[in-house]
Design a binder for this molecule. Structure first.
Ligand SMILES: Cc1ncc(COP(=O)(O)O)c(C=O)c1O
Length: 369
């Protein structure tokens, strides 16, 4: 492949291969150094090739949000999968059973009595057993039982269900994305680890062993993953990083592996227009808002530009004094949120230096069931 990426038509999703590999190594080195397991969340890349790379670098398994993501990865041979999402509908439980029938070592998030009863009932019929991980709320206030006694009560309830067994306790400190500064980040990460470890210890005191105590979010895992009693980390975004992570101080711009190659399609006295709108860059400024994230992506090499507005296929970048870009010039944009942007594309164009070195599918793109 002797093609230069600058010659590609746009918009195109570029993935810098050396940076990707460095990011994967950083996650696996952290896990090795701190003697914790690594179970990366593949919702970031939705790619079989990248999940395989993560496993080759020492990940013990993967995390998915959606069952469809698990199905795509399982059909590519990945067998150790945590579905970190509340699953309770009959249609989805049937798909869990189907994955179990294929020999997938599946773990499913649980956080309430009604859900575990629904799982039990369907599994009694099929004869399968399922490992469940209790999700605890460490402050995000999304899903999860409260840490401590509520987790113990749910674990005890599982003991009475013949087809279920508790394999772990986990949490996701997604509110770390709203942290204003390192101190707050450290507080959130400490609370994340405490929620999991204290719940696991309370369960063990009640006679229920909890072998896995799992934490994870890119902003926090390097802090919470060091806490005594934590056995596993689940970073997702850290495989790519993005402008939100740079804004949080979690990554440098050079760590960002993913970028969108876009062209200038209009030049005006106070703005240029790029062929990357909301269907490419997404309207994402981070779920929890961040003052340090300006605009809808960072245009590399053009600090004078702010992508101020997006319509579906247009990105309007404004500047104060001057901008030398001309019609058909190309720019690389580091997205605000790499996970949502990757989901918009069919494939990654792998680049190294000036050259295209490979193309990989975004295998589970658009999968949301
Ligand atoms: C349950 C769970 N684990 C891990 C992650 C990974 O988080 P991040 O992408 O911040 O690393 C997420 C992200 O949504 C999640 O929901």
């Amino acid at each position: 492949m002797n093609q230069e990426w600058m010659d590609l038509d746009t918009p195109t999703l570029l993935l810098d291969k050396p940076t990707l590999l460095a990011n994967i190594r950083k996650m696996s080195d952290f896990a090795k150094e701190n003697k914790v397991n690594l179970r990366p969340h593949i919702k970031t890349h939705k790619s079989v090739e990248i999940a395989r790379l993560e496993l080759e670098h020492g990940a013990i398994g993967i995390t998915t949000a959606k069952l469809e993501e698990a199905e795509v990865m399982a059909s590519a041979g990945m067998m150790d999968i945590l579905v970190a999402y509340p699953v309770s509908s009959p249609a989805k439980i049937e798909r869990i059973i189907s994955l179990l029938s294929k020999g997938v070592d599946l773990k499913v998030s649980v956080d309430n009595l009604e859900q575990i009863k629904l799982l039990q009932k369907a599994l009694e019929k099929s004869g399968h057993t399922l490992e469940v991980w209790i999700k605890v709320n460490s402050g995000l206030n999304r899903c999860g039982v409260e840490p401590g006694e509520s987790a113990v009560e749910l674990a005890k309830a599982v003991l009475f269900l013949s087809q279920l067994r508790v394999g772990g306790i986990f949490t996701h400190a997604g509110h770390s994305y709203g942290a204003r500064g390192q101190e707050e980040l450290e507080r959130i990460a400490a609370a994340e680890a405490e929620a999991v470890v204290s719940s696991a210890e309370a369960c063990e005191k009640a006679g229920i062993p909890i072998p896995v105590r799992s934490v994870g979010s890119t902003p926090t895992y390097r802090i919470s993953g060091k806490v005594e009693g934590v056995t596993e980390v689940r970073p997702g975004n850290a495989v790519f990083f993005d402008s939100i992570q740079v804004g949080l101080g979690v990554a440098d711009r050079e760590d960002c592996a993913l970028s969108v190659l876009a062209s200038v399609v209009g030049v005006y006295p106070d703005r240029i227009v790029l062929d990357a709108g909301s269907k490419t860059l997404c309207l994402d400024k981070g779920a929890h808002g961040l003052d340090s994230v300006k605009g809808f992506g960072y245009v590399l090499g053009h600090p004078e530009l702010t992508i101020e507005r997006l319509s579906e296929e247009h990105g309007v970048a404004v500047f104060d004094s001057r901008c030398d870009l001309r019609l058909n010039d190309k720019v690389r944009i580091i997205p605000n949120h790499a996970c949502t942007v990757a989901n918009m594309f069919e494939e990654y164009t792998l680049v190294e230096g000036a050259f295209v070195v490979d193309r990989w599918k975004v295998d589970a793109r658009g999968k949301r069931k």
